[in-house]
Design a binder for this molecule. Structure first.
Ligand code: SF4
Length: 366
C-alpha cells in the first residue's frame, strides 16, 4: 500500500492482509477481541473473523447490559440487484436487529444518482427489489423495530447535511476522499445524515454501522462531525468486515467483470457456471492434490461457503481439514457448493416473491 493510500468508498480500492493491519493502526480501528467474539458468538461473521475490527462496539455492549435502546444503521445504493457483497451487510443488520437493536435502513438513491447517474425514479425498481431481498433475509419491518427511508424523500438527512456542512472545508474532504465531483461530497454529507438519523429521530443512543472496510472514510467524517455538531449524541460506531475478492480470482467483485460475482436475480445456470469456473486453491492434478493437499485460504469456493453458504462451524472445519489433507477434490467440492448456493437462491426467491408488495408499501412506491 503506498504512503498516500486512500480508501475510496466509491472506487475500486483493493486491499490485502497487510493493508488491513495498517488501516487498524493508522485510523485507530479497534481489533475484535476474544471477549467481543464471546459476546457476539451467535454471529458467524464475528466467530469466523470476517468482522475483524470495530469502533465503539463497547457502547453497544453497555446498552445491552443496561437494557437501553441502541441502533443498527446501514443501507444500500439502489443501482442493481443484491449480490454476495451486499448480502454480508444485510445479514449483519438482521443479526444486530435480532440482538435487540432497532434497525435503520436507508435506500441511498441520492448516492446512486451522484455516483451512477441513476435518477430517483429509475432507482425505484431496484429500491423495491433490494428491500424485498433484505426482508426475505429476515429483517423484521415492524415499525417498532425498523425505520426505512429513501434519501431523496427524507427531510432529516438533507437537514443534517446542511447543518454539518458549515463545519466542512475543502481541505477536509480532499484529505478524506481525494478530488471528487462535488455531488459525491454532497452525497457524503447526506450519509452523515443517514448515520445520525437514529439519534435525531429517536434520541441519543449508541449506533453501530456494519460496513465493509472500504466505507470507513464515511465513518471517519461522520464521527468527526458528530463530535463537533451533535455534542449530546453518541459518536456512531462501526463494525468492519473484510471484502470478498472476485470469484474468478480477481482482486475485487466488480460489475465490469461479470465472472467476478453473481447476483440474486441471475439465472441459475449462470450462477452454476460461475461457481464451477471459480478460482480455487487446488493443485494441478488429482495426484498432487492427494499428496500436497489444497489451499483453502486462497480458495473462493471455501471463502463463499465461510461467508455465506455453510452455517455449521463443524462442517466448515471438516471441509478445511479434508482439503489440506488431500481428501477433498476441487471438482467434487464445487458440485457440493453449487448445490448449496442454488438451494439458498431458490428458497430466497420464493420468500422474496411474497414480499415485493410489502416492500413497495414500505417505500411508498406504486
Ligand atoms: S478442495 Fe475445495 S476448498 Fe480445497 S482448494 Fe479445492 S475447492 Fe478449494
Amino acid at each position: 500500500m503506498p504512503d498516500d493510500f486512500r480508501i475510496d468508498p466509491w472506487g475500486s480500492s483493493v486491499l490485502y492482509d497487510e493493508d488491513y493491519e495498517r488501516l487498524i493502526k493508522e485510523f485507530g480501528i479497534q481489533e475484535v477481541s476474544f471477549t467481543d467474539k464471546e459476546k457476539m458468538s451467535t454471529n458467524r461473521f464475528f466467530r469466523r473473523k470476517i468482522i475483524f475490527g470495530h469502533r465503539d462496539l463497547d457502547a453497544i455492549f453497555k446498552a445491552i447490559d443496561n437494557k437501553k435502546p441502541w441502533a443498527v444503521m446501514s443501507g444500500i445504493k439502489p443501482s442493481g440487484p443484491f449480490h454476495l457483497g451486499t448480502l454480508t451487510t444485510a445479514l449483519e443488520i438482521v443479526e444486530f436487529q435480532k440482538m435487540g437493536a432497532k434497525a435503520y435502513y436507508c435506500i441511498a438513491d441520492i448516492e446512486s444518482y451522484e455516483d451512477n447517474g441513476i435518477s430517483y425514479k429509475d432507482a425505484e425498481p431496484d429500491a423495491v427489489d433490494n428491500l424485498a431481498d433484505i426482508l426475505a433475509l429476515g429483517l423484521d419491518p415492524d415499525p417498532k423495530k425498523t425505520y426505512i427511508w429513501r434519501q431523496s424523500e427524507e427531510r432529516i438527512v438533507k437537514d443534517v447535511a446542511f447543518k454539518v456542512g458549515r463545519l466542512v472545508t475543502q481541505n477536509m474532504v480532499n484529505a478524506i476522499y481525494g478530488e471528487k465531483p462535488f455531488g459525491l461530497y454532497l452525497a457524503a454529507l447526506i450519509q452523515v445524515g443517514d448515520i445520525v438519523l437514529p439519534q435525531v429521530l429517536d434520541g441519543p443512543q449508541p449506533t453501530i454501522v456494519p460496513v465493509g472496510i472500504d466505507q470507513d472514510p464515511h465513518l471517519r467524517l461522520t464521527r468527526d462531525l458528530t463530535r463537533r455538531y451533535y455534542k449530546n449524541f453518541f459518536v456512531p460506531g462501526a463494525t468492519y468486515h473484510k471484502l470478498l475478492q472476485g470469484l474468478d480470482g480477481s482482486d475485487k467483485m466488480a460489475k465490469r467483470n461479470p465472472n467476478s460475482y453473481f447476483d440474486f436475480n441471475e439465472s441459475l445456470e449462470s450462477i452454476e457456471k460461475k461457481i464451477k469456473g471459480a478460482f480455487t486453491g487446488g493443485r494441478k492434478d488429482k495426484k498432487e492434490q492427494e499428496q500436497l493437499g489444497g489451499q483453502p485460504d486462497i480458495c473462493m469456493i471455501y471463502k463463499i461457503e465461510m461467508y455465506h453458504f455453510e452455517e455449521d462451524d463443524k462442517k466448515l472445519e471438516e471441509i478445511y481439514k479434508k482439503c489440506v489433507s488431500g481428501q477433498l477434490m476441487c471438482g467434487d467440492h464445487k458440485n457440493h457448493c453449487v448445490e448449496k448456493v442454488l438451494k439458498f437462491i431458490k428458497e430466497h426467491r420464493k420468500k422474496k416473491e411474497k414480499l415485493i408488495d410489502r416492500a413497495r408499501m414500505l417505500l411508498n412506491i406504486e
